[in-house]
Write a protein that binds this ligand. Structure first.
Ligand code: HEC
Length: 105
């Protein structure tokens, strides 16, 4: 994990210094929308990644990519849990941002 973060840091540093150079590596693809994807990814990594996987592909919990839950439904799961998933105690604004981000995956 540390190594991945380190590698990511290097890529970001290189990209930042690229000065618009066409040869610079493209940034990792990230969904966009009416949410803060960076903050959502941070919340996800802190609270969900160990059960739902590095890329939301699932693990202990189901995969969250391409699901048809609405952001409201996802928010409900985050705040109340669902069956064997415990409720996740996130600040409301953070949980809402995260739910919107997951909906867009
Ligand atoms: C301790 C493991 C665990 C953690 C931590 C966890 N989940 Fe889950 N999650 C599960 C399990 C297991 C299920 C399946 C529950 C069921 O059987 O319906 C689930 C289900 C879900 C579902 C519903 C999926 C569906 O198709 O019904 C969503 C959405 C979800 N989790 C989002 C999150 C988010 C967002 C976080 C972090 C804030 C999170 N989970 C943290 C284990 C976890």
């Amino acid at each position: 994990m540390k190594k991945i973060l380190l590698a990511l840091g290097v890529v970001i540093a290189l990209t930042a210094c690229g000065g618009g150079d066409e040869a610079a590596p493209a940034p990792a693809e990230e969904v966009t929308g009416d949410f803060d994807a960076t903050a959502a990814r941070e919340s996800y990594e802190a609270s969900c990644i160990h059960c739902h996987g590095q890329n939301l592909q699932g693990g202990g919990g189901p995969g969250l990519v391409g699901g048809d839950l609405t952001a409201d439904e996802i928010l409900h799961v985050i705040q109340n849990g669902q069956k064997t998933m415990p409720a996740q105690n996130l600040p409301a604004d953070e949980a809402e941002n995260l739910a919107q981000w997951i909906e867009a995956q």
